[in-house]
Design a protein around this ligand. Structure first.
Ligand code: ATP
Length: 202
C-alpha cells in the first residue's frame, strides 16, 4: 500500500491542502491520504492556535465526501509537542513496514525541514512529496543537503498545482469580515461561522 500523510496545523483546513492531497494521490498513485492535525505545533510556538477539537472537526467536514481521505487524531491525542518522527513510527506500527509512506509537504515548509526533530530518521521512514507553493522559486535542496546528504534520493516533486491561499489569509479575512467562500469547502465556512472562529485578529 502507498500511503500519503499530510501533517499541518489546519487552522483552518483550506482548498490549498485539499488540492495538494489530491495532486499527490493521483500523481504518486497513493491509495489513501491521511490528514494529521498537529497537537502542539512547536514550530508555531509563538502563535495562538485554535483548540484541536475545532481543527479536527473542520478537517473531518472538509474530507467527508472523499473516501480516500482520512484523518488521524494521533498528534492531538499525544501530550507534548507534535514530532513527525513519532507519528511516522506510530504509523509503521499501525500499517506495517511493507507500506510505503509519502509525507506531503509544501515547498515553503520543506525549507525548515533541517530543523525538525530527527530529520535523518524521517527520511528513512518516508519519502518527502514536495508540492510547489505560489511564489516559490525552483526547488533547491542544496541548503538541506549540507546536513542531510541523502535527501536528494528521498524527495519527489509533485506537480505545481498550489493555489495562493493560506490559513493565515483565511483567518485575516474572517477577522476583517471579508469572504472565505470558495477558499475553504462550504462545510468549513459554515463551521467557522457557527462557532464564531477567527473573529479576533491574531
Ligand atoms: P498558516 O498560514 O497558518 O501557516 P498554512 O496555510 O501554511 O498555515 P499548514 O496547516 O501550516 O497551513 O500547512 C500544512 C501543509 O500544507 C504544509 O506542508 C504547507 O506547506 C502546505 N500548504 C498549505 N497551504 C498550501 C498551498 N496553498 N499550496 C501548497 N501547499 C500548501
Amino acid at each position: 500500500m502507498k500511503l500519503g500523510i499530510l501533517g499541518g496545523t489546519f487552522d483552518p483546513i483550506h482548498l490549498g491542502h485539499l488540492i495538494i492531497a489530491e495532486e499527490a494521490m493521483v500523481s504518486l498513485g497513493l491509495d489513501r491520504v491521511i490528514f494529521i492535525p498537529a497537537g502542539d505545533p512547536w514550530m508555531k510556538a509563538d502563535s495562538i492556535i485554535t483548540p484541536g477539537a475545532h481543527r479536527l472537526a473542520m478537517v473531518l467536514a472538509a474530507i467527508a465526501d472523499n473516501p480516500a481521505f482520512k484523518v488521524s487524531p494521533v498528534e492531538l491525542e499525544r501530550n507534548g509537542p507534535s514530532y513527525m518522527v513519532e507519528t511516522l513510527e506510530e504509523m509503521q506500527e499501525d500499517y506495517g513496514a511493507r507500506t510505503e509512506y509519502f509525507f506531503i509537504i509544501g515547498a515553503d515548509a520543506l525549507k525548515d525541514f533541517g530543523r525538525w526533530i530527527q530529520p535523518e530518521r524521517i527520511l528513512e521512514l518516508c519519502t518527502l512529496a514536495v508540492v510547489g507553493r505560489p511564489a516559490q522559486e525552483a526547488l533547491d535542496l542544496t541548503p538541506l543537503a549540507s546536513t542531510l546528504p541523502g535527501i536528494g534520493n528521498r524527495v519527489v516533486t509533485v506537480g505545481d498545482v498550489a493555489i495562493g491561499v493560506s490559513a493565515t489569509d483565511i483567518r485575516d479575512r474572517v477577522s476583517s469580515g471579508r469572504p472565505v467562500r470558495y477558499l475553504v469547502p462550504p462545510a468549513v465556512a459554515s463551521y467557522i461561522q457557527e462557532y464564531g472562529l477567527y473573529k479576533e485578529k491574531r
